[in-house]
Design a protein around this ligand. Structure first.
Ligand code: NIG
Ligand code: FE
Length: 397
């Protein structure tokens, strides 16, 4: 048994009230990986962590990341500083296509080592569960390799990883003149292989001008569904292409990005109960100022989740505290709204809210002990947030 004592404030979503609640002067009792009791005094334990008046929250759940790449693309960052746009770099053979070479040429072991290091950084920043996509292999062998890497890291590393197949991240160079050929490869070979091996839970598509059209995305997501892969969607990031409407039509759990979503798209998300996963780090990292219309989405009744979109091109960012800060400053969310989006709502999009995303009895002991006293200090510290300890499945880090 592990006991956390002298918690000045515990801030977490609570199922009974369906709100974010603050409890003061609290102890938490943990047995192995599970929270057993929360209250003013919770009984005896053989190990005690004295929180000395610190703030405790659930660990973050980051519901949109692309961590399986070989190396960063800092040259492109420099090119963007010199005036090139993300799309121009991609059109000239850079972008996602650059990362494909790295993943195809790397061994599974090399990728495992690199992805593990990235996971340790996520954990140190307070993230205890992430969704992670393949999508830099773009042939059957390399996509399967990427998903195996995620599976191995999930088993070997304390962080929990929920895998998503993103073979529809871009058209690989060998199919640049035969887009239908790649569509057939995705639908007739890759998705069946992934479905049969059971190494992904979700299927995602980059539905965007110059990448996958609405029609192509529909076919991929429908095929994925027949193999038990639940749809998520990169939607309306740079241009409105009706992707949010497709997310509604497909019953996707989330539509992500949405910087250019239309009013009709917002209605579709709201009507169909699709969560909007907002990625303000991408807008920030791309030096853009077109943030997603978060207030409009929230006012239309769309649930909001928050993620880093960690990837080597458009968001080389891993910090959920930074995402909360950006969500407050630029998406105009309240601290509580941003915090809920980064914990509870993100856990819902991964269907893990029975064990993650909140500090409640019976849940996994995934917690952050902050060198802070109040929630409002998290966005105030932006990315340099002092963390005292991260507890993942009852183990202290
Ligand atoms: O979510 N938008 C598509 N994919 C990533 C970018 C990937 C990359 O540039 O490597 C994203 O922003
Ligand atoms: Fe992404």
């Amino acid at each position: 048994m592990l006991k956390l004592t002298n918690i000045s404030q515990l801030v977490s979503y609570q199922s009974v009230s369906d709100t974010i609640q603050t409890m003061s002067n609290i102890e938490i009792l943990i047995e192995e990986e599970t929270i057993r009791a929360i209250g003013p005094t919770v009984g005896n334990a053989d190990e005690i962590v004295d929180c000395s008046g610190r703030l405790v929250t659930p660990g973050f759940v980051d519901p949109h990341t692309h961590p399986v790449f070989y190396k960063g693309r800092e040259e492109e960052y420099a090119m963007r500083l010199a005036g090139a746009s993300y799309q121009e770099i991609a059109e000239n053979g850079g972008g996602i296509l650059t990362s494909i070479k790295g993943v195809r040429n790397a061994s599974e072991d090399e990728l495992v080592e690199r992805v593990k290091k990235r996971m340790t950084r996520f954990l140190n920043l307070g993230t205890t569960t992430i969704e992670a996509k393949s999508g830099y292999g773009l042939d059957t062998e390399s996509e399967l390799k990427s998903l195996r890497v995620l599976d191995r890291v999930h088993r070997d590393h304390p962080i929990d990883i929920v895998p998503t197949f993103l073979g529809a991240h871009a058209f690989p160079p060998e199919f640049s003149d035969d887009l239908d050929g790649y569509m057939d490869l995705l639908c007739d070979e890759m998705i069946p292989a992934i479905g049969e091996q059971g190494i992904a839970q979700y299927c995602d598509v980059f539905c965007e001008q110059g990448y996958f059209s609405v029609e192509q995305s529909r076919r991929i997501l429908e095929t994925g569904k027949t193999y038990g892969l639940i749809p998520r969607l990169h939607a309306d990031e740079f241009e409105n292409s009706g992707a949010a409407e497709l997310a509604g039509e497909m019953g996707a759990v989330t539509a992500d990005h949405l910087m250019s979503v239309s009013d009709a798209g917002i209605r579709a998300l709201s009507d169909m109960g699709v969560t909007a996963t907002l990625l303000p780090g991408t807008t920030f990292f791309l030096g853009s100022n077109s943030y997603a219309p978060a207030r409009k989405l929230a006012d239309a009744g769309v649930c909001l989740a928050l993620a880093t979109d960690f990837n080597p091109g458009s968001s080389h960012l891993q910090s959920m505290p930074l995402m909360i800060s950006l969500a407050c400053s630029y998406l105009k969310l309240s601290v509580e709204e941003a915090f809920r989006a980064a914990t509870w709502q993100s856990a819902i999009t991964l269907n893990i809210h029975d064990k993650a995303g909140s500090v409640e009895v019976g849940k996994n002991a995934d917690l952050v002990i902050w060198d802070l006293e109040r929630l409002i200090e998290i966005p105030y510290f932006t990315s340099d947030v002092p963390i005292y300890k991260v507890i993942k499945s009852g183990r202290c880090f």
